[in-house]
Design a protein around this ligand. Structure first.
Ligand SMILES: Cc1cc2nc3c(=O)[nH]c(=O)nc-3n(C[C@H](O)[C@H](O)[C@H](O)COP(=O)(O)OP(=O)(O)OC[C@H]3O[C@@H](n4cnc5c(N)ncnc54)[C@H](O)[C@@H]3O)c2cc1C
Length: 456
């Protein structure tokens, strides 16, 4: 019986689901999987993206942990593809590779002033409050009024963390310095801006409703945004999610505001025009054009320009994938070009845009783009694994396929990799740090400390 030696790069949900699905898949060959992860901890954005006050979602980690704890997938943490291992290395040691490297940085928003001091990316803020080891530990909150651009769940996460009282985050796994900085925050007003109308948002109803439950935070919406046209009314009638979202807005419109010490304002029909600088060269305002429904389910500009005074602007307009050495990359979409997970030999417009690159696969956000929930990465992985299994004839023929040979390579390069036992040590350590304070865990943030605990 043949054996498939498979490398998976990226231990977020997509990579872990792909490994699990392959191990359970009906097949006529043995499988041995090595999962490479640049961080000393697995779970990708479930650990470093999902907000700390969403423990229900973090519960998905329990399911992912069960997969890893079985011990039939080897993990090499603290190993970065492109630096510690290359595509040539993988070809020497494996029959195929799946890239599941996700997305970590902010998509661009090309408006004047977006690079001003005080204009910030949501992904950077998220990485900071979730204790990502590779981002600076300091974060400046120096203004009472801030803007968040975007009408998706990440915008809601950012707005919620900025508006919430720090003490209400204390039971979560936020790092101590994040609590200290949020505790001293001067923010009283968070303004969220979306280009389109209230029935065109990308919020999940649950996430939206949660905002209304924040202690001592008033939800402020403007009546002028709710003058629905036929398309909006049809959307409410035909789509259950939008119906629920509309009910949440209706409730907020009926509520008295004014008693809370903080406010979260939702501005619809607001197309970003400019981040405006003050005399000190820092962000002083957010300028936008009022839009209106165009009658076809979209919006058009009205020419009316408005401005809200803010000291910081957070753009939450989406995440974006990063290119990987030696692997084709679609610069426009921020993904590895692929057909159903089979990687293509060049990006759209390239000479080999329709040719499949043998042995190379993609899954998760780097395959599909940074949209969709954790659950979607499972169906994604099924599709990719289906092709991998069927493509046996085009797998690579590695010269050193033994399980020991990759370990020898990493050791010869002095790579301080961590393994499953190491991760389990770090995991228990974090939980034991949280226990005396009645918290589920306190994350270890510095990378060298994570590695030291794992390799002890
Ligand atoms: C702010 C935010 C909040 C979210 N909240 C929710 C939520 O509440 N509920 C929900 O269902 N979904 C949520 N999501 C979506 C969810 O996080 C994604 O659907 C999911 O994480 C995508 O999985 P992935 O494995 O493709 O990518 P990722 O989770 O990004 O994992 C990719 C992994 O690859 C690793 N990697 C990258 N490059 C390399 C390299 N060169 N070498 C080695 N390893 C590498 C990364 O370190 C990472 O661990 C949220 C997303 C964000 C951004």
């Amino acid at each position: 019986m043949t054996k498939l030696r498979l490398a998976i790069v990226g231990a977020g949900p997509a990579g872990i689901y792909a490994a699990d699905i392959l191990l359970k898949h009906e097949r006529a060959f043995d499988v041995s999987i090595d999962l490479f992860e640049q961080l000393p901890a697995p779970y990708g954005l479930v650990r470093y993206g999902v907000a700390p006050d969403h423990p229900r979602i973090k519960g998905i980690i329990t399911a992912l942990r069960e997969v890893l704890d079985r011990g039939d997938i080897r993990i090499f943490g603290n190993v970065t593809f492109g630096r510690d291992i290359t595509l040539d290395d993988l070809k020497k040691h494996y029959n195929a590779v799946i890239f599941s490297t996700g997305a970590i940085r902010d998509a661009d928003l090309e408006i004047p002033g977006i690079d001003l001091p005080g204009s910030l990316g949501a992904a950077d803020f998220v990485s900071w409050y979730d204790g990502h080891p590779d981002v600076p530990r300091e974060w400046t909150l120096d203004s009472s009024s801030v803007a968040v651009i975007g009408n998706g769940n990440v915008a809601l996460d950012v707005a919620r963390i900025l508006a919430k009282h720090a003490d209400d985050l204390l039971p979560t796994e936020i790092p101590a310095n994040v609590y200290d900085i949020l505790k001293a925050s001067p923010v009283t007003d968070v303004h969220v801006f979306g280009r389109r109308g209230p029935t065109q948002v990308k919020f999940s109803p649950l996430e939206l409703r949660e905002l209304g439950e924040l202690r001592d935070v008033d939800m402020v919406v403007a009546d002028e945004d709710f003058d629905y046209d036929d398309a909006a009314r049809a959307a409410i009638e035909s789509n259950k999610q939008i119906l629920v979202i509309d009910r949440v807005f209706t409730k907020w419109r009926e509520e008295e505001v004014g008693s809370a010490s903080r406010r979260l304002h939702l501005h619809f029909y607001a197309k970003p025009l400019e981040v405006v600088a003050g005399p000190d060269g820092r962000v002083a305002a957010f300028r936008y054009e009022r839009t209106e429904p165009d009658g076809a389910g979209g919006v058009r500009g009205t020419g009316e320009i408005r401005e809200v005074a803010v000291g910081q602007v957070y753009r939450a307009v989406g995440y974006f994938g990063s290119p990987l050495d030696g692997i084709p990359f679609d610069e426009r979409r921020g993904v590895i070009p692929n057909i159903e997970g089979q990687v293509l030999a060049s990006a759209p417009g390239g000479a080999q845009e329709n040719e499949i690159l043998p042995g190379v696969y993609a899954t998760g956000w780097i395959k599909r783009g940074p949209i969709g929930l954790i659950g979607h990465t499972k169906s994604d992985a099924m599709e990719t694994i289906g092709h991998l299994v069927n493509d046996q004839a085009s797998w690579w023929s590695p010269e050193s396929p033994s399980e020991e040979s990759i370990v020898a390579l990493l050791e010869s390069r002095g790579v301080e990799y961590t393994d499953l036992a190491g991760w389990q040590k770090l995991d228990s350590h974090e939980m034991s740090l949280g226990e005396p304070e009645g918290r589920a865990r306190i994350k270890v943030v510095p990378r060298d400390e994570m590695v030291k605990i794992s390799r002890a």
